[in-house]
Design a protein. Structure first.
Length: 236
């Protein structure tokens, strides 16, 4: 199921967008979870994660363009479509990496074409990003930016390429189910490594791009080195 967030302060227009989404989902055989927020301020305060955001611009207080700028500070991955009567803002949409721009009154055919494009990105992002907790709420992180994942007591720790370490309660089994098996290598029961971020391979360990040396467990050494050899061979 894909999650779609509508940020629209006019209830009738929010209902119209919901109806279009439901019609589109029925035509495409999709399951969509749709949520409506009535203001940009609520959107920023709640930091809701979604697979697609439909954002009005002309809203009281913080407008949609300002909210999008804040959103891109913690989420650079989720596709954003502006739905508004302010066509003059179309050029500014590029500054927040907006996927598209729909001018009101919205017609279904035009809207559906834009959703076709968004759906391709949503499908790609579903396997290439993760929503992780931070001190400020939630951050949407590209899996390619995860260097390695390990455990500390009951916390799963995600070590990122920008130096951050994000934590959440969980298990390595659950993490392994979320990450792509052809990109992440299990080197022990408590550590998964992004093979694309390994810069040195030793007889007992691997070193990732931030300099961390991570050691194979006895049981994972042979299968781990074999998998890594195959990965390197495909990358050449």
């Amino acid at each position: 199921m894909y999650r779609v967030l509508i940020v629209e302060d006019t209830p009738a227009e929010a209902d119209a967008l919901r109806g279009f989404l439901e019609r589109y989902a029925a035509e495409k055989g999709l399951e969509l979870g749709i949520e409506v927020l009535g203001s940009a301020l609520e959107f920023i305060d709640l930091r809701r994660t979604a697979d697609l955001v439909l954002m009005d611009i002309d809203m009281p207080g913080i407008n949609g363009m300002e909210a999008a700028q804040i959103m891109r500070g913690y989420d650079t991955q989720t596709p954003l479509i502006f739905v508004t009567n302010l066509a003059q803002y179309a050029v500014r949409g590029y500054s927040v990496d907006a996927l598209d721009f729909v001018v009101k009154p919205v017609e279904y055919h035009d809207f559906a074409m834009r959703l076709d494009r968004a759906l391709r990105i949503m499908a790609r992002n579903a396997r290439s990003t993760m929503a992780l907790p931070t001190e400020d709420g939630i951050a949407v992180v590209a899996c390619s930016d995860i260097l390695y994942v390990d455990m500390l007591k009951h916390d799963v720790r995600y070590h990122l390429s920008d130096g951050r370490v994000l934590r959440e309660r969980g298990t390595m089994r659950a993490v392994a189910e979320k990450l792509r098996a052809d990109e992440f290598l299990k080197i022990s029961s408590g550590c998964l490594v992004n093979m694309g971020r390994i810069v040195r391979v030793g007889s007992e360990s691997v070193t990732v791009s931030d300099g961390a040396e991570l050691f194979f467990s006895r049981s994972q050494k042979r299968p781990g080195l074999e998998k890594l050899t195959n990965f390197i061979g495909r990358s050449i």
